[in-house]
Design a protein around this ligand. Sequence first.
Ligand SMILES: Cc1cc2nc3c(=O)[nH]c(=O)nc-3n(C[C@H](O)[C@H](O)[C@H](O)COP(=O)(O)O)c2cc1C
Length: 381
Amino acid sequence: MSVLFSPVTVRGVTFPNRVVVSPLCMYSAEDGLAQPWHFAHLSTFARGKAGLVFAEATAVEAIGRITPACLGIWTDEQADALKPTTAFIEEMGCVPGIQLAHAGRKASTAPPFLGGKPLPSDDAQAWPVVGPSAIAVGPGFPTPHELSVAEIQALTASFVAAARRSVTAGFKVIELHGAHGYLMHSFLSPISNQRSDEYGGDIDGRMRFPLEVSRAVRAEVGDDMPLFFRISAVDGIEGGWTMDDSVTLAKALGENGIDVVDCSSGGVSGAPRFRTDDDGKPLTTSSARQPGFQVPYAQRIASETDLKSMAVGVIIDPHQAEQIASSGDADFIALGREIMHNPFWPLHAARTLDADADFALWPKQYKWAVDRRAQIAPLNN
Ligand SMILES: Cc1cc2nc3c(=O)[nH]c(=O)nc-3n(C[C@H](O)[C@H](O)[C@H](O)COP(=O)(O)O)c2cc1C
């Protein structure tokens, strides 16, 4: 029996399977408002029956967007614009989730399909960026304004207000974005956080802001909602955040209301992953990334803490995903590029894993016809 396609319950929510659509920025919002593209994009994954469909990194304040075209949820109108999407995901029997984010010192950039570079300060759409310390991401990036203690605490309130709106919008899961060099990760990493007050210094100080946000969001949403937290498990840089630090963080997150640690990596310095040079060539390549390269991070969280873990990163093959789930290396299996390439990946994976012999998982509008299609001899799949 497939573990990948068996249900799992976290707090008050039962997920029909363990396949997750990883948060995927579409750079297609207007003033933070979801557009028809967002509905089409996310509802396709619900038709494909991923157990949990995450909306992209959604900014808790305007200057927390990665680009001017990122989704936001700092107004009620923005939350309302997401309601048809959450309703449709639920209609398909899937669980709608949202990733709440603040881009911090990596904000104010162009979308990757427009080069991905920081917007020049004289660009009409650019804005000043913020961070734990006045340390730029790297050459070509703006130096962030160092947040005051009062400003940090106001940001926690912004996350809480965004969580409240997420509930109103119909989301059943919230993930806090603590990875990829964005604001919360930049507090965690000693590369970007060189404060000497209570929000910096040793690991306890550097964890303070993400833990305060987690605790405050848990208090806002109550006991029934599962909360995920995405980490960059390692910085991959000399003197940076390590996997041991991640285990320490995960245990503390568990004490502050988080249920699932989503294990990504990297991003604290250097070129953003999708940035291109002047000729449009990627500045970073993904060719060195092997299938499942981040699974060992999820495995350590699962084995060394009481929390659930989520694996992500070059998970392509249904048998690979099943192996990760059935071995207990991760409780949730997230896909990004693979599920954009094939949004019906879960439906096909269930067939491959003999978990859906009679197309029962398929939306009824398709099931009867796809069933007949399979009776045509050359299409017997
Ligand atoms: C187009 C695109 C947009 C992404 N947007 C986000 C995002 O909003 N939040 C986030 O945490 N990660 C984001 N990521 C990273 C993915 O969620 C995922 O972790 C990464 O692509 C690795 O998984 P994959 O190999 O299955 O693509 C994005 C990746 C891509 C390709």
